[in-house]
Design a protein around this ligand. Sequence first.
Ligand SMILES: [Zn+2]
Length: 165
Amino acid sequence: MSVVGIPILDNLYPVTMDLWPVEAKEFNMVFPFYENLKQGRFTTTKCKDCGHVAFPPRGVICPACYSQNLEYIDLPKTGKVVVLSEEVKGVPLGYESPLIHAVVQFDGPVKRMISKIVNCPVGTLKRGDEVEFVVFDVPPCPIEKGRAGTIMAERVFYAFQPVKK
Ligand SMILES: [Zn+2]
């Protein structure tokens, strides 16, 4: 993992500058979310008792009724931009410019979320535009695997990108 803009950290793993979650099941209770991402699925947890759909997914309990009876369900993969921000200059260390975020509205159990927008030139995205779910690779992270030693765990994350018209 290298950090954009800091050549001295090339080939090192600066843990405090890691922008992405440790997704391995040994360290993360919502690991099925990341396993599903790797298969291109956009999912979250739904409570089997009261029906509450939480996003981000919950690891153990339903935030509405405290049941532990959760299941993963698929979410819509397209939505509409409600409002957006574009950072071009002075983006935080480790991020590349432009850094675009949007509130995206969905026709599904999760109504709105803030997401990173990728594959989008500055100034082209507008309110009301349709965006689609996309999964991309992020730098792997080292995890201890007992006798197997340290392995580099593959990681992915999600964002949205403009739907080509
Ligand atoms: Zn519940």
